[in-house]
Design a protein around this ligand. Structure first.
Ligand code: SF4
Ligand code: SF4
Length: 429
């Protein structure tokens, strides 16, 4: 089978401190859950419960308001203790409802009730996806309902792209999920295709995972929608939208297809669509990869949304040394965490803690080796952009940077190139 890829740059990304991806552990239920009212790309959900009120597992506690905002649900049964607010390390304000775990679970450990969906219209399915607060869980947090509205009927053809690309070892949680829940991912893709009125699903899988593709085709096939499989190389950042689209357009040309617009979603999101539409269940938990050089026993945990990050490190045996940096996401593009009380949210696919020696030394000088230029998939010169950022000179080329972090990883002086370029685009407030 032909292997597709992007045209230039990229790196082979390996990291010894990621958790193994062949197993996972279910995390303990937290006695206190911190459920943020912003777990999505837009504005705060409006709280519909108050302190002292009892809530059930899966109950609506925050109503999304406007575009980019999504409904928020209680992930455990209990009592609302209070609301708390804080600022993230990058200065963004958030607010959360704290739930004290009490009473019986409605869904955990119970037999799942199946709701038929095939007779629902595209608009009815979209309403259910919106009602259960489903967002793009692999990073952006954009509500899936907004993504569907933006694409449905806009082009003669629309393809749902199922991104199962594991070029970044920090996508270990997605890897575990897709192997555990391939049936849900497959049917979730078909449900999404119906809601968006798409005519095709493209299952994109990393080289070496062809068996997964065969399984996906077998599960999605009976629904009567066109399914294609595209295999991509393992060079990072293949999973980025721009690099993925480049490969998809090559595939389109080679296979003589008309893909039209593309709606790309990851496996966690599609499994959540399945849960919402077929089980009437909001996002209650997610798989999270916990690791980094400061963590004693890196592992993938299945975690309730709202569990505090400090508790996850405890479950991984605690710290092997004083962490110099704690962040969510992949070390190449992560967001720093201000306090260990910050909770896991719908978009937290990985959390890492690094020792000082692995954090990077931004002050070492540039030796002009050109490594950063060679790996930039966009064809930028990160060295020049970094130096301009240091001098406060804005450069419009910086807008093309998609913060993949390839340049950071290869720089022998360990200069924080991508964050300097990012700051040039979005000056800190
Ligand atoms: S300059 Fe931007 S796009 Fe280019 S390698 Fe660095 S982070 Fe990636
Ligand atoms: S990789 Fe680092 S040291 Fe080499 S040119 Fe780029 S910024 Fe300078």
């Amino acid at each position: 089978m032909k292997i597709y890829s992007f045209s230039r740059g990229g790196i082979k990304y390996e990291d010894q401190s990621v958790p193994p991806r062949d197993s996972y552990t279910t995390a303990f239920l937290p006695a206190l859950s911190v459920i943020p009212l912003i777990q999505h790309s837009g504005g705060k959900a409006y709280p519909v419960v108050t302190s002292g009120e009892r809530v059930t597992e899966g109950m609506l506690i925050g109503r999304g308001q406007g575009s980019g905002s999504a409904n928020v649900h209680a992930t455990v049964p209990g009592r609302i203790l209070r609301s708390v607010s804080w600022k993230s390390a990058c200065g963004a304000a958030n607010e959360a409802l704290v739930i004290h775990l009490e009473g019986a679970f409605e869904k955990l450990g119970k037999r799942e009730e199946i709701f038929p969906w095939t007779s629902l219209s595209a608009y009815e399915i979209q309403r259910v996806i919106s009602q259960y607060g489903i967002v793009e869980m692999e990073g952006s947090g954009v509500p899936v309902s907004d993504l569907i509205s933006a694409r449905r009927g806009k082009d003669a053809h629309l393809s749902i792209v199922v991104r199962c690309v594991f070029d970044d070892p920090w996508l270990a949680a997605d890897y575990v999920l897709v192997h555990e829940r391939i049936e849900r991912v497959a049917e979730g893709s078909v449900i999404t295709a119906r809601a968006a009125m798409a005519d095709r699903i493209i299952f994109v899988v990393s080289q070496g995972e062809e068996e997964l593709a065969a399984l996906f085709t077998e599960k999605a096939g009976p629904f009567g929608i066109q399914v294609n499989v595209m295999v991509v190389g393992n060079r990072y950042p293949q999973h980025n939208q721009r690099e993925l689209e480049y490969a998809l357009r090559q595939f389109e040309k080679k296979e003589g297809l008309e893909l039209g617009s593309l709606l790309t979603l990851g496996p966690a999101t599609l499994a959540a669509v399945f849960d919402a539409v077929k089980l009437k269940k909001p996002i209650l938990e997610r798989y999270v990869a916990i690791g980094g050089s400061a963590v004693k026993k890196p592992q993938v945990l299945r975690v309730r949304i709202g569990t505090r990050i400090g508790e996850l490190f405890d479950q991984c045996g605690g710290f092997a040394g004083k962490p110099a940096c704690i962040a969510t996401g992949s070390p190449l593009s992560g967001k720093p965490v201000a306090a260990l009380d910050e909770p896991v949210i719908k978009t937290s696919y990985a959390v890492f803690a690094l020792l000082e020696k692995h954090k990077g030394i931004p002050e070492a000088g540039c030796i002009g080796c050109g490594e950063c230029r060679a790996v930039c998939p966009v064809g930028l010169d990160p060295e020049i952009l970094y130096k301009a950022a240091k001098l406060g000179i804005p450069m419009t080329e910086a807008m093309a940077c998609h913060s993949c972090g390839c340049c950071d990883l290869v720089c022998p002086s360990r200069i924080a190139l991508s964050s300097s370029i990012r700051n040039m685009m979005e000056p800190e407030q």
